[in-house]
Design a protein. Structure first.
Length: 119
């Protein structure tokens, strides 16, 4: 079974940047579209971004457009979420997930990494 592990979370000041990574052990990420989701305290989980299997298609939530960039490096078996101009409202646990396609429900989930944006 595909196991996903997120890393790169932490505490950052407003306006700062972080890069999250999503990696898989034992299996390649090549056959999967990878989505990024987040859940803030007391709120429902929401989709942030998704990248297709080849990396040629991406999509973003309106709240992160122009600030976040998703990318993948299939040679390194990893997917990244570059987050710039971070705001306090970006504070959440961020999860990566895998599916056959970004339009389909996600089949595999990581355990998440916490991002805290605060001064």
């Amino acid at each position: 079974q595909l196991q996903l592990v997120e890393s790169g979370g932490g505490l950052v000041q407003p306006g700062g940047s972080l890069r999250l990574s999503c990696a898989a052990s034992r299996f390649t990420l090549r056959p999967y579209a990878i989505g990024w989701f987040r859940q803030a305290p007391g709120k429902e989980r929401e989709g942030v971004s998704c990248i297709g299997r080849s990396g040629g298609s991406t999509n973003y939530a309106d709240s992160v457009k122009e600030r976040f960039t998703v990318s993948r490096d299939n040679a390194k078996n990893a997917v990244y979420l570059q987050m710039n101009s971070l705001k306090p409202e970006d504070t959440a646990v961020y999860y990566c997930a895998a599916s056959y396609d970004c339009s389909r429900p996600m089949d595999y989930w990581g355990k998440g990494t916490l991002v805290t944006v605060s001064s």
